[in-house]
Design a binder for this molecule. Structure first.
Ligand code: B12
Ligand code: SF4
Length: 471
């Protein structure tokens, strides 16, 4: 193993297999691009950087794909916790002098457990503290156990995240822009992007409020930086479409929203994104369409006002209906996100949901099963939500979306028989409702469109067959 003092330091930021996802290549490793870009700018030729991409690779063969490094980095998501532990162990055996640094949601939520696995943790935003950690390794080979960024950074001081750490074919791919009613958009070369950090709301089922506890609220990149990043993607990769992963795609304040949309619109790119149902006005919806917006996904969650109130979603059902209509009026395809199994659902939730969809006619609907994740208020105080038991096998924390023929549905919680809103559904009832809802949505022709990729026979069967876990 090389000595790092005064020499080049090799840093590898590992992206796990994500084998529980339908298509792990639909998302991009933004954290990895961001941190590697910052390290490159800060250390220049004193570091050699790698992004070992383990998507599609079987766990037992993963180590063959990871080069020897002095420092390995991991963004620890609860679902990946186990896989990453396995990798750290394997890499320690193979390269005993290597250092292992974890960050991300699970590290922020379970620091003590993570400190048993990693040599050091990055808590909060990583750009500045990661530079200190690399300097520590370069100068003394000693790491502090915790590097904490306990206040928000100005995200506009950093360059846009460069993507050269992955092959171009991985960076720009087809399928992300597929539309339900307009053919051809699935052929656009596309990638995911993020122009903001955080969310100012506190929905009880969402991990954002606590994984972002060191940097609360929402911050957007400045319009000229957004434009610069899109132009880079277009010039370097021939990008024709972008999928915004921001929680709230369009800033909530009018002036900021207009400048944001103008910056995107100037580039001529097509885009899609997601937002809250209370974040759009008629003017902003029109400008979104003019700026190239093809699809917006709305966090409708449920047509039950009682359930929305119990999970502090802070929206009303009437507003959901208005916003769906607004998108339709502006020729923006509307996808509705629903969650099935939420606390407070009435007995006839399936019928109520179908009546809501019948009335509003969104273009597509995605239903997830209610999942209790660490970092959420429901996880912290299950009793307030009528929950008597939680199951903490992290690998079952995936939102199921019925994308495979036979899903192995595992609930992460169980309701009391008597809850503050009345009878709590049994586990069997929740699963029955979820399956029934999926079936009826399919029958209505409102299921999402999924690009199946080259070689698919069109039925989606190839992927289903190939999965060990039909998830
Ligand atoms: C983009 C995104 C993805 C992308 C890419 C993820 C990635 N690993 O890069 C894709 C689409 C692949 C994805 C998939 C999933 N995601 Co996701 N994802 C997000 C999202 C929207 C943004 C994260 C992001 O890239 N931000 C931009 C970067 C620059 O910021 P950041 O990640 O916060 O990282 C900063 C700091 O936290 C820190 N940092 C974080 N990790 C590390 C590690 C090191 C070593 C260092 C130095 C610093 C550091 O430095 C960064 C810069 O300051 C968040 C919600 C959110 N807003 O945070 C959910 C979120 C992180 N995802 C979540 C989940 C659950 C998933 C999935 C399991 C799918 C699912 N929805 O069920 C999979 C897991 C896939 C995987 N194996 O990683 C949860 C995590 C909950 C938890 N307890 O783990 C979140 C919080 C969403 C939510 N509302 O629940 N995701
Ligand atoms: S569900 Fe959406 S609006 Fe609610 S806290 Fe999470 S990201 Fe914010």
């Amino acid at each position: 193993m090389r000595k790092t003092v005064g020499e080049m330091c090799r840093v590898g930021f590992i992206f796990p297999s994500s084998d529980y996802l339908f298509d792990p290549f639909r998302g991009d490793p933004h954290t990895h691009f961001q941190i590697l870009t910052v390290l490159e700018d800060r250390f220049g030729s004193r570091v050699q950087l790698f992004l070992p991409d383990l998507r599609g690779i079987k766990r037992e063969f993963a180590l063959y794909h990871i080069p020897e490094c002095d420092i390995y980095l991991y963004s620890v998501y609860s679902l990946d916790f186990e896989e990453l532990n396995f990798l750290v162990q394997g890499l320690r055996e193979r390269y005993p002098k290597s250092k292992h640094i974890g960050g991300g949601p699970h590290a922020a939520l379970f620091s003590e457990a993570c400190l048993k696995i990693y040599d050091a943790l990055i808590l909060g935003e990583g750009e500045e503290v990661m530079v200190s950690a690399v300097e520590d390794v370069m100068t003394s080979r000693e790491l502090k156990p915790i590097y904490r960024q306990d206040h928000p950074l100005d995200i506009n001081q950093f360059p846009f995240p460069r993507r050269k750490y992955l092959p171009a074919a991985t960076v720009a791919r087809k399928g992300l822009m597929a539309m339900k009613k307009k053919p051809g958009y699935d052929q656009l070369l596309s990638a995911t992007v993020m122009f903001s950090r955080g969310c100012p709301y506190n929905c009880a089922f969402c991990a954002i409020p606590s994984v972002k506890k060191f940097s609360p609220g929402i911050r957007y990149r400045k319009p000229h930086l957004i434009e610069e990043e899109i132009r880079y993607l277009m010039q370097a990769y021939g990008m024709q479409g972008i999928s915004l992963l921001d929680e709230i795609a369009i800033p909530l304040k009018r002036d900021a929203a207009i400048a944001h949309l103008e910056a995107i619109g100037k580039t001529g790119i097509r885009w899609r994104g997601q937002t809250r149902v209370d974040s759009l006005t008629p003017e902003i919806a029109r400008l979104a369409c003019e700026s190239g917006c093809l699809t917006l996904s709305l966090g409708v969650e449920t047509p039950s006002q009682r359930a929305l109130d119990i999970v502090h979603k802070n929206i009303d059902v009437a507003r959901s209906k208005e916003t769906i209509a607004l998108l339709k009026k502006n020729d923006i395809e509307c996808r509705v996100y629903l969650v099935s199994g939420m606390p407070g659902e009435p007995e006839d939730i399936v019928d109520q949901t179908m009546a809501f969809l019948e009335e509003t006619q969104p273009d597509t609907v995605m239903v997830s099963l209610f999942t209790v994740r660490p970092g959420t208020a429901v996880y912290e105080h299950p009793e307030r939500f009528g929950i008597k038991q939680l199951f903490t096998d992290w690998k079952n924390m995936m939102n199921l979306q019925n994308r495979y023929e036979s899903e192995d549905i595992k609930l992460t919680f169980e309701y009391e028989e008597k809850t503050p809103w009345g009878r709590g559904f049994s586990r069997e009832q929740i699963i029955r409702n979820f399956v029934e809802l999926q079936k009826r949505i399919r029958e209505k022709g409102m299921s999402s469109v999924l690009y199946k990729g080259p070689g698919d026979d069109g039925s989606g069967a190839r992927r289903s067959r190939d999965r060990k876990k039909d998830l």
